[in-house]
Design a protein around this ligand. Structure first.
Ligand code: ZN
Ligand code: FE
Length: 256
């Protein structure tokens, strides 16, 4: 269900937050997790575009800070977010749950609930793009602020089941930060070393390291490899279930 690649453009705000912009209707775009309004308005004005939708992954300020101002500026804009979080999100025009599909013109936006970072966190799957918010980063995953390790592992598994050619668009540019942890864990992993060199080059040029394909992440992201005996061994928990390995990895990452 990947289809034609979606054209997605990042707006970087607050040092490391990405607002992802995607074309939706003629002369209109959607914004994913607009933590700020002004850069989105400037982006749209420059292109002569309207804002058709706002897609919210979760309630943290760095993901919703711009929603109210954008709604005032674009009154027709439809705000989409998790039904589980209506009490702590800006007013929603569409409150969604796992399995829902939001139709925007020809686009079908699939909602996948990914509890873990927060309990109401959702990700959006559109064409070959997955907007992962603070669930999945390149080389990492979100902190467990509300959910359990088992819940987060289950959420990540749902994403791993999607087509490997899908590209992930996370809420943050954390790639180099996360790579520091990966190098401590697996200093000899050639795929990790190759990605480090590439990612450093991109950052040096002022470019995002994202998106990356799901296939790419499955190879190097330790949080997606908790079910593999080699990873259990690496964290000193041979023969333990994946969620136990995941919990240990997450603790190790928190201590870094
Ligand atoms: Zn967050
Ligand atoms: Fe965040």
């Amino acid at each position: 269900m990947s289809g034609t690649p979606l054209t997605v453009t990042p707006i970087l705000v607050r040092q490391d937050n990405y607002i992802w912009m995607l074309p939706t209707l003629p002369r209109a775009m959607a914004a994913v997790d607009p933590g700020e309004a002004d850069p989105v308005i400037a982006f749209l004005v420059e292109r002569g575009m309207q804002l058709s939708h706002i897609l919210i992954t979760h309630h943290h300020t760095d993901h919703i800070g711009g929603v109210e101002v954008l709604r005032q500026r674009y009154p027709g804009c439809i705000v989409v977010g998790s039904a589980a979080d209506v009490h702590r999100l800006p007013t929603l025009d569409q409150a969604v749950i796992d399995g829902d599909t939001v139709g925007i013109g020809d686009l079908r936006v699939q909602v996948i609930a990914t509890p873990g970072h927060t309990l109401g966190h959702v990700v959006y799957h559109v064409a070959d793009a997955i907007f992962t918010g603070d669930t999945l980063f390149s080389c990492g995953c979100g902190r467990l602020f509300e959910g359990s390790a088992a819940q987060m592992w289950h959420s990540l598994q749902r994403l791993m089941a999607l087509s490997e050619t899908c590209r992930i668009f996370p809420g943050h540019e954390y790639t180099l930060l996360n790579l520091g942890f990966l190098l401590e864990l697996e200093p000899e992993n050639q795929a990790i070393l190759a990605w480090l060199e590439l990612a450093q080059g991109l950052i040096r040029q002022g470019k995002p390291t994202l998106p990356v394909s799901l296939a790419h992440e499955k190879k190097i992201n330790p949080f997606l490899r908790c079910h593999l005996p080699a990873m259990a061994q690496k964290v000193g928990l041979p023969d333990q279930p994946a969620e136990v390995v995941f919990a240990r990895l997450r603790e190790m990452r928190n201590r870094m």
